[in-house]
Design a protein around this ligand. Structure first.
Ligand code: UD1
Length: 423
């Protein structure tokens, strides 16, 4: 296992390029299961989660090639619609194979998915909605078995705007004859990117990015070529890194539009942000930010995936503020680790109260999940002294070449093998 050694307390400067979005790329990779034709996807980040999708697609019978930001999916033999535990447990987004498999083959078997341990994260909304399209569901030894003689369109209302359920159902409906209407959909920009792909494949999709999505499917879909949108969570993480450590950085290939909730909150805290076409510049004084309270919400609200990095930034605020986590029930696991770096944060159920401290101090800490890991990197870059961040395999799931990009911005970060010699 690797770890990061970060000597913090240096202001950042310079520029770095934002990668393709992990959360947009994953559903698009699984959309390749909807067709036997060749699919070409570019601007794909090199990440553990993309590797997991590659492994799963190959196991299902796709012939995939992946490297230098390009992902090609072809099909030279029969697909076996069984997604086994040892692959699915690595990543929750594996559930996104279910919609394409059941719609195309009338059967699918998959293990319940793994991923970050930030809450219960059930898949009941996915399964309930599949049932409404004519899928029969049963369970066997921890696997979900789905069969459907003929799927039919329907009008489905989600009880909560789930990103994954919206994507899964959009993909399944794209192969169903007739119009499926999805209500109370998630409105995340990654859903619009998937919609663009499904339209390229031949489905008629209207309303992605709003609460109601209408999909008219086709009996067979085409291959496609698509470039993945920039990663708004990686962008936000770098913005918070600069805000916490101080300095001035420019993010290239970044889109500010889907980050308006973050940008508003950062400006209130006193950070200067200027946005141009594909460029965001952030500049922050090394002095303490003003306290700003936030609540995470479905898009376009403050993203839950930036809640932990936001707390690392606010840990040094000049007062007191609150963070409400409204999406996941167990997403404060970074708090005890931030406390090791002298942050003063009290958690009460889904609310955290941050009592700002004058400065963070480097310490040995451990990443408990992907975004908690990102928060520790933000805190370590701002802290005086050396931090050792362990279990960075979580961070590698979602941030492409993080330490290289940080070094481009002048941070003192090294990746080392965790052989027990580093205390
Ligand atoms: C996606 C993102 C993840 C982000 C999350 C919320 C990807 C690959 N991952 O995850 O980074 O944090 O959106 O913005 O895009 N829920 C249920 N039943 C279900 C499905 C979800 O109760 O069937 C609950 C979840 O436990 C959670 C909430 O709904 O509390 C939101 O989850 P969802 O939007 O589905 O998140 P993901 O698609 O898993």
């Amino acid at each position: 296992m690797d770890l990061f050694v970060i000597n913090g307390g240096h202001a950042l400067s310079g520029e770095t390029r934002i990668s393709g979005s992990k959360n947009a790329a994953l559903p698009i990779l699984f959309a390749s299961l909807l067709t036997k034709e060749r699919c070409e996807i570019s601007n794909v980040p090199e990440l553990k989660d993309v590797q997991s999708a590659y492994d799963l697609l190959n196991r299902l019978g796709k012939n995939c090639f992946y490297g230098y930001g390009n992902f090609i999916a072809e099909e030279h033999s029969e697909i076996n619609p069984i997604a086994p535990y040892e692959l699915v447990r690595k990543m929750r987004a594996s559930i996104l194979a279910a919609g394409p498999l059941i719609a195309r083959f009338g059967k699918a078997r998959f293990s319940l998915p793994g991923g970050c341990t930030i809450g219960v994260r059930p898949i009941d909304m996915h399964l309930e909605a599949f049932k409404q399209l004519g899928v029969e569901i049963s369970h066997d030894k921890g696997d979900v078995l789905m069969t459907a003689k003929k799927m039919h369109p329907n009008r489905i209302k989600f009880r909560f705007p789930s990103v994954g359920a919206t994507e899964n159902l959009m993909m399944a409906a794209s192969l169903i004859d007739g119009e499926t209407v999805l209500e109370n959909c998630a409105r995340e920009p990654e859903i619009e990117d998937l919609s663009a792909v499904l339209v390229k494949m031949g489905a008629a999709v209207i309303g992605a990015g709003t609460g109601v999505i209408k999909i008219k499917g086709k009996p067979a879909l085409n291959g496609f070529s698509h470039s993945v949108m920039p990663d708004r969570i990686e962008t936000g993480t770098f913005m918070l890194l600069c805000a916490a450590a101080g300095g001035k950085i420019t993010l290239l290939g970044a889109d500010s539009k889907p980050l308006s909730a973050l940008i508003r909150a950062m400006r209130k805290a006193g950070v200067k942000i200027s946005c141009g076409k594909g460029v965001i510049t952030v500049s922050a004084e090394v002095s303490r930010p003003k306290p700003v309270s936030i609540s995470t919400k479905p898009y376009p609200g403050f993203p839950t995936d930036l809640q932990a990095p936001w707390m690392a930034f606010m840990a040094q605020c000049s007062g007191e503020c609150e963070v409400h986590e409204k999406i996941f029930e167990n997403r404060f696991m970074h708090v005890p680790e931030l406390a090791r770096m002298e942050a003063n944060i009290t958690v009460m159920d889904r609310k955290a109260i941050i009592h700002g401290v004058p400065g963070l101090m480097g310490a040995p800490v451990m990443a408990s999940d992907l975004r908690a890991g990102a928060a520790l990197v933000v805190a370590a870059a701002a802290a005086r002294g050396t931090s050792i961040i362990r279990r960075i395999y979580h961070i590698d799931r979602g941030y492409e070449k993080l330490e290289l990009k940080l070094r481009e911005l002048g941070a003192d970060v090294r990746r080392r093998k965790d052989d027990g010699s580093i205390k």
